[in-house]
Design a protein around this ligand. Sequence first.
Ligand SMILES: NC(=O)c1ccc[n+]([C@@H]2O[C@H](COP(=O)([O-])OP(=O)(O)OC[C@H]3O[C@@H](n4cnc5c(N)ncnc54)[C@H](O)[C@@H]3O)[C@@H](O)[C@H]2O)c1
Ligand SMILES: CC(C)[C@H](C(=O)O)[C@@H](O)C(=O)O
Ligand SMILES: [Mg+2]
Length: 359
Amino acid sequence: MNARIVLLPGDGIGPEVTAQGRKVLEKVAKTFGHTFEFSTHAIGGNAIDDFGDPLPEATLTACRNSDAILLGAVGGPKWDDPNAKTRPEAGLLRIRKELGLFANLRPITAQECLIDASPLKREIVQGTDILFVRELTGGIYFGESGLTKNADGSETAFSTATYSTHEIERVVRIAAIAARQRSGHLTMVDKANVLEVSRLWRRVTERLIRAEFPDLKYDVVLVDAMAMHLISRPSTFDVVVTSNLFGDILTDEGSMLPGSMGLLPSASIGSSGPGLYEPIHGSAPDIAGKGVANPLATILAAAMLLRHSLKLESEAKAVETAVDQVLAQGFRTRDIAPKGHPSIGTEEMGQQVLDALKS
Ligand SMILES: NC(=O)c1ccc[n+]([C@@H]2O[C@H](COP(=O)([O-])OP(=O)(O)OC[C@H]3O[C@@H](n4cnc5c(N)ncnc54)[C@H](O)[C@@H]3O)[C@@H](O)[C@H]2O)c1
Ligand SMILES: CC(C)[C@H](C(=O)O)[C@@H](O)C(=O)O
Ligand SMILES: [Mg+2]
């Protein structure tokens, strides 16, 4: 097949890890006889520096005209000034919103050979296979917000969480369909004991599941308790659906199950148009430019791109199998290397995956 893929390397370790993702996609094209046309565009802090805008028009147009997008990460201390007019993160939020990417799929699995890299006990982590479905274009990230100066010179700020029935239904439906294709268990995470917006999530979700997915095992967990259950009994969850902010926080916590942020990919999808694929981690300023970042999250995001946007299931599987094989052979970047175990750099890890990739 022919596909146009937009690369948005971004900031910090973003360019380092997307370079490996691109190489893997190029090898997939060569091995399986496809033509992937790549174009690279600016987003985030570097786009603010070069164009005064974290999401320049040319980037958005290229994304709209593509079949899929692979993004690295945005942000960094250089653009962290709280008084700045705009921030790198605003570019990422805007592209998600503009492209209607309301569902963010974040799989968390603990591969056997990595269990000892987890800071948690083996018997807890073993068997973990969760798909988080995070709502991505609503909630407190996009609600009304503001800042006022008080008479005494102090300030008051507010950020509101807003969700409509429609926004809840469409993301829950994606999660429920995924649960049906997996183990048939869906968990909804909210804070319905306190928040009105969560009570709407609860009513809408329960009604939808009863009407359209009565075959699923369905339960609800409050978000504070979920933070605990996620690391005390992770293997009891299958698909977890939740709002934007809760999903952001819980999945960073969940990355400690396999052992590193550098392992978790994500797919942001809407009802039509290109999907956006990215690691869940950020620009990691503490290790940027050192060549030590783990590229596997981005490579696994490239596999999700093949599966969801290009409908190339065998190719996606081939990439995932290559990653499994490299890990099983004992290759480790620094973030997942046990004490005393030799580690390899970003490029070498990418090369190992290329070498292991077979049709
Ligand atoms: N999607 C995105 O673009 C995205 C996501 C999260 C954070 N951010 C931004 O990134 C910047 C830094 O944020 P942060 O430090 O809180 O989070 P971060 O995810 O960048 O880093 C957290 C920790 O995880 C480590 N880490 C992350 N990715 C890794 C990888 N691939 N290999 C090895 N180690 C890895 C880092 O070294 C760091 O110690 C901020 O500006 C933030 O807004 C962007
Ligand atoms: C950088 C930030 C805007 C982003 C988010 O909060 O969605 C990030 O943390 C993520 O998880 O993709
Ligand atoms: Mg996050």
